[in-house]
Design a protein around this ligand. Structure first.
Ligand SMILES: C[S@@+](CC[C@H](N)C(=O)[O-])C[C@H]1O[C@@H](n2cnc3c(N)ncnc32)[C@H](O)[C@@H]1O
Length: 246
């Protein structure tokens, strides 16, 4: 049995094919619908420079480029970036780097961190490091969009279950411990057993706003789903924060 280390669990899990199989419903169509609504809300000019931080295989970055933006995608997963690079083009580039330490020779009009690509680290200082890196890579008055889960509703999701996808069996259990949601994913694939962990911090809206506002951002809007409806603490699926470098 191959068991991922719980520390820095995100290195192995997101780089494995199993992550992409389990989350295959989080697809290009979902990304396009969300981005159409988000772009409408932000009114960014055509040609604006956008950083998709933790871009995965680039489903958002590729669509943003298609909509006329200059896009850079960055992710820690070499496998995901390898795949994203197949779509690289003038105005669409990708880098493998760590969001805690990245340093690019460019500033952006907007940085997007989408589909819960934060809250993975053990130390509060590592979260702050990420926010500071984002701040340093934004132009004056640049926009930061954080798309996170709503802690109030993520806790209500089904706690365990079995899924069969592409001939692979996933047995999933979830628990809440020390302000983290911990998902254990046991996989059975052609007689081979593997186990991965997802461990993501629960942040209330106030905690998120506080982290941003103490690191040089002003929060402009909070949205609650991919249609850009306003955030409702008790019922919204997502917690989407639109902030501006101040
Ligand atoms: C939930 S996935 C979302 C990917 C992409 N935003 C999407 O919506 O398809 C989280 C992403 O964060 C990336 N990631 C995790 N830790 C990272 C780090 N320290 N630096 C950069 N990327 C990281 C993972 O490799 C993974 O692609």
């Amino acid at each position: 049995m191959c068991k991922e280390s719980e520390n820095e669990w995100f290195r192995g899990w997101f780089n494995s094919p199993y992550y992409h199989i389990l989350y295959k419903h989080r697809d290009d169509a979902e990304a396009a619908n969300f981005l159409d609504a988000l772009i409408g809300e932000l009114a960014l000019p055509r040609g604006a420079a956008i950083l998709d931080l933790a871009c995965g295989k680039g489903r958002h970055a590729i669509y943003l480029h298609h909509k006329g933006f200059n896009v850079t995608g960055l992710d820690l997963s070499e496998e995901s970036i390898k795949q994203a690079m197949e779509s690289a083009n003038e105005g669409l580039i990708f880098h493998t780097a760590d969001m805690r330490t990245f340093s690019l020779n460019e500033k952006f009009d907007a940085v997007f961190n989408l589909f819960t690509s934060f809250g993975y680290f053990d130390q509060k200082s590592e979260n702050v490091q990420v926010i500071q890196r984002i701040h340093a890579h934004l132009n004056d008055y640049g926009i930061f969009v954080m798309d996170y889960f709503n802690p109030a509703t993520v806790c209500c999701f089904k706690h365990s279950g079995d899924l069969h996808i592409d001939g692979i069996q996933f047995h999933i259990t979830k628990k809440i411990e020390n302000d983290h949601i911990i998902k254990t994913i046991e996989i059975s694939d052609q007689g081979q057993q593997k186990q991965f962990i997802e461990r993501v911090q629960l942040f209330s809206l106030d905690e998120m706003i506080n982290m941003l506002e103490s690191n040089g951002f002003k929060v402009l809007h909070t949205k609650g789903n991919y249609f850009m409806d306003d955030f409702m603490e008790k019922t919204s699926d997502r917690m989407i924060i639109i902030a501006q470098k101040s």
